[in-house]
Write a protein that binds this ligand. Structure first.
Ligand SMILES: [Cu+2]
Length: 543
């Protein structure tokens, strides 16, 4: 597979950079720093669970989370029945009750006239439409969202089971291992099942084993990505993130000045697998519409998996750290609701309070240790002001106006051959930048191939596959004001260029083929002509 990302090249730079500002001598290569020693206290998230064990200063790797989030296939047998009962109970509550299913879903986004689920009729409430996407708050906000949601469901499960289950926790769905939509969410396929939603991709609700295929659900590129977050384009330095990188070359995404409902600086994990899985399940239905997605009970298992992958990423060490060099990331306050002794209470939370899931939030994922966590009260990193990654040079670009629809689309860029050396060094990076992307309709995702020979079947397991393209956001009708968000997505083709150059076969042609990755729903008449418009394709080079 020729799709190794930039990790090896950038990790060294980032490690050197981190070592200089963080003095984390153990952060690169060898053992993970046993971070957090100095610190737990200031960010003990006192409202978290029975919080007494927070702030015990043992930081990183002590799993004192009382609640275990199981992979759904290994959860206790009645765990899902209890979820079903809790969800059903929440659905009976009034929409303006923060512990209702509808209120919780509306925190993510409120459906309107152009949504794939019925428009909300209740007046706007506290914290509605506050989900964070397309920038570096994505992971933190969703961890908080899941945490409080889980506590509300746990309370509802206890009520629905007359106190028989008081230790319920949110399962996750590891779709890299299990490709079919878990059965309880599709059987029985009627209103007696609170976990069933009809507005999903037909193949998912049919139990097809390719609902989320291996390539669709892959987190390999995200886990390999080392840089934490990116500065706004063109800024030589910023508040704790790295300049000269595209957001998709980072794990968390791009820095923004404050809470941003939908930004355009999407990090790698958010793009792949997060966005792709949303569209694979939703296919134009609820999961692919941010204003409806959280109404689908599978949403929460998808996001639990994303939240788990964050810790899996950190556990690898090698320079992977949370964005606590950024005051913006640490200090931004988000609002949620909790239940405590039968009372509904409003809560505020910051990034510093959710870094260690075990000690601060009282949960862990089955089989995932909590390592390499640095808490805010620990050794304080200096402000990142050094440009540690050199700027990339644009070799060639092509302004396009190509709409991606139901079939196959091609785009090409001619890279001047003279611009590329006959041999490409290990530390060189070539990127394809698919730029100026506009989301016109929700529900599709595309497989992107490089120089796919004529007559060759597109194969996401084959050598021409670069990755997927999926946008998850509002379409023009759903946006207030005018002017849509313009996204970009990068694909590292360094290894492809290196291999071809080595054989003297690198012609400089960059031909991209976009193939719709998910089947069109049965109601094909309702299919939009164009899901995504591509405005530009470029090739950049960094030495
Ligand atoms: Cu999501």
């Amino acid at each position: 597979m020729l799709r190794l990302p930039n990790a090896s090249r950038l990790s060294l730079l980032v490690c050197l950079f981190l070592a200089s500002v963080l003095l984390l001598t153990g952060a690169c290569g060898g053992g993970a720093p046993d971070g957090g020693d100095a610190g737990g206290g200031d960010a003990d998230g006192g409202d978290a669970g029975d919080g007494g064990d927070a702030g015990d200063g043992d930081g990183g790797d002590v799993a004192d989370g009382d609640f275990t989030r199981f992979e759904i296939h290994s959860a206790p047998a009645d765990w899902i029945d209890d979820y079903r009962a809790g969800v059903a109970l929440m659905m009976t509550r009034d929409t303006t009750d923060p512990t209702s299913w509808q209120y919780q879903a509306n925190i993510h986004g409120v459906p309107g006239d152009f949504s794939s689920c019925p428009a909300e009729t209740a007046p706007n409430q506290v914290a509605w439409s506050t989900c964070q996407h397309g920038q570096f708050f994505f992971l933190a906000w969703h961890r908080m969202y899941l945490y409080y949601f889980e506590r509300i469901v746990r309370d509802a499960v206890a009520e629905a089971t007359n106190g028989a289950r008081t230790d319920w926790s949110l399962p996750y769905w590891d779709y890299e291992q299990f490709h079919a939509l878990p059965e309880p969410f599709r059987v029985p396929a009627d209103s007696s099942n609170s976990l069933f939603v009809s507005e999903r991709a037909g193949n998912c609700n049919n139990g097809d084993n390719n609902c989320v295929s291996a390539a669709t659900g892959s987190a390999t590129d995200a886990l390999d990505t080392v840089p934490v977050c990116s500065c706004p384009s063109g800024e030589p330095s910023c508040d704790g993130c790295l300049p000269n990188l595209f957001p998709s070359q980072t794990f968390f995404g791009g820095l923004v000045p404050g809470a941003t409902h939908f930004g355009s600086a999407t990090g790698e994990l958010e793009s792949q697998p997060h966005n792709v899985v949303h569209n694979a399940i939703g296919a134009g239905g609820w999961m692919s519409d941010p204003n409806c997605a959280a109404r689908d009970p599978i949403f929460w298992l998808h996001h639990a998996n994303i939240d788990r992958l964050w810790q899996v990423w950190l556990n690898q060490g090698g320079g992977r750290v949370d964005p606590i060099q950024s005051a913006t990331w640490k200090d931004e306050v988000f609002t949620f609701f909790d239940v405590e002794n039968g009372m509904t209470v409003e809560r505020q939370m910051t990034g510093c309070e959710i870094l260690n899931m075990a000690t601060q939030l009282d949960y862990t994922y089955e089989g995932v240790p909590v390592d390499n966590v640095v808490l805010c009260g620990g050794p304080q990193p200096a402000t990142a002001s050094v440009a540690s990654v050199t700027a990339a040079r644009e070799l060639a670009s092509n302004d396009t106006d190509v709409g991606l629809g139901g079939g196959r689309s091609n785009l090409s860029v001619k890279v001047p051959v003279s611009a590329t050396a006959s041999s490409v060094g290990e530390d060189e990076e070539y990127l394809v930048v698919v730029d100026d992307l506009e989301l016109l309709a929700q529900g599709a995702f595309y497989q992107v191939y490089l120089n796919l020979p004529e007559g060759t079947e597109p194969d996401p397991e084959g050598p021409h596959f670069l990755g997927n393209l999926a946008l998850f956001g509002h379409v023009p009708e759903q946006m207030e004001g005018h002017g849509g968000v313009r996204y970009s997505r990068t694909y590292d083709i360094s290894d492809n260029v290196r291999e071809l150059s080595g054989r003297g076969e690198w012609t400089g042609d960059v031909d991209l083929t976009f193939v719709r990755g998910n089947p069109a729903p049965a109601t094909a008449s309702a299919q939009p002509d164009t899901f995504i418009r591509v405005g530009k394709v470029a090739v950049t080079h960094r030495r």
